[in-house]
Design a protein around this ligand. Structure first.
Ligand code: UFG
Length: 316
């Protein structure tokens, strides 16, 4: 297929682009490089630098595109709380420009990066797709709103759309991995401490109602996550918008993650307990039963492999 990948210079977008190229697809990456890196775009993909508002329609008008994979977004929960207008504009506003460009140029399939943050603090776990979406941050609210727009476009314009709600994505795919200017995620921060870039890992709260008192999350390897996008592309059906969770179905606490990092790196990695980080739910674990049932997808790589691959990437 001929594919447009928005945000293909970012962490997940670059990994999926590499997987798409390996499967023989043609890929154009559209990225404004506000958080992505030009050198993260896999060889074989053409990079167009620009925002979706400025450039999506011109690129799609070149013709021949079969589908879009839409990763481009602002994705820091804390920043979204401090600057909601920025998030509504960058996430919902830019997405609307993309969807309109698709409609006008007749591109009728899209796979969208949604998020577990759409659910907020869940009533029960594992979280199924029909759990009430009650985002607790503007970030989650913008992604949920985009899901709503996709539902409307499917109904009104016959778009075929799949939204994938990522839980905690981790790991790397060779030279493609997580490289954020502001790193908030647990595993890269633990590995940065292992490399001596921080004095210690900060554990944000050890008094949660969980077995060891630290938060439990559902970690999924970025390579497994990427595979789900390839299946979702094939599953886009005209006039339908389907939402799938992507997780492993099991959880690991912050304490367990740090222990696995110590085991994989063979380093002691000092840790200190700090105050809770505002807005962190105690437990977030996905039910990924729907995508297993419909598309036969299942996470295959465990936490050790995620940490080992992230460690390989961090040491490059
Ligand atoms: N944590 C630490 N120390 C750190 C970093 C994180 O203790 O240095 C803790 C957090 O408090 C949390 C857990 O590790 O309990 C995981 O935190 P991450 O920041 O790695 O991931 P989140 O679960 O907060 O965020 C993920 C996605 C977001 C998404 C959110 C949905 O990365 O994009 O899930 O709630 F919005």
């Amino acid at each position: 297929m001929n594919l447009l990948v928005t945000g293909g210079a970012g962490y997940i977008g670059s990994v999926v682009t590499a997987q798409l190229l390996a499967e023989g697809h043609e890929v154009v990456v559209l990225d404004d490089l506000s958080t992505g890196h030009a050198d993260a775009v896999p060889e074989g993909a053409r990079l167009v630098r620009g925002s979706l508002r400025e450039a999506a329609e011109a690129v799609l008008a070149e013709g021949g595109f079969d589908a879009v994979l839409h990763f481009a977004a602002k994705s820091l929960v804390g920043e979204s709380v401090a600057r909601p207008a920025l998030y509504w504009d960058a996430n919902l506003g830019e997405s609307l420009a993309l969807f309109e460009a698709m409609r006008r140029t007749g591109v009728a399939k899209i796979v969208f990066s949604s998020t577990a943050a759409a659910y907020g603090d869940p009533e029960r776990t594992p979280i199924p797709e029909d759990a009430p979406p009650r985002p607790t941050s503007p970030y989650g609210a913008t992604k949920l709103a985009i899901d709503g727009v996709l539902t409307a476009y499917a109904r009104l314009h016959g778009l075929g759309a799949v939204s994938l709600r990522y839980f905690n994505v981790a790991g790397a795919h060779g030279r493609f991995g997580e490289r954020h200017a502001v790193e908030t995620h647990l595993i890269p921060n633990v590995l940065a401490a292992a490399l001596g870039r921080h004095e210690a890992v900060r554990i944000f709260g050890a008094d949660y109602p969980t077995p060891d008192g630290t938060c439990v999350r559902d970690y999924v390897h970025v390579v497994d996550l990427g595979r789900a996008h390839l299946l979702a592309l094939d599953a886009c059906a005209p006039g339908a918008h389907v939402v799938y969770n992507l997780g492993s179905g099991g959880g690991h606490s912050v304490g367990e993650v740090i222990d696995v990092c110590r085991e994989v790196t063979g380093l002691p990695i000092p840790a200190v307990i700090e105050e809770r980080r505002p807005g962190d739910p105690a437990i977030l674990v996905a039910s990924s039963a729907a995508i297993a049932r419909d598309l036969g997808w299942k996470a295959e790589r465990g936490l050790n492999e995620m940490v080992a691959d992230a460690w390989g990437f961090a040491r490059r």
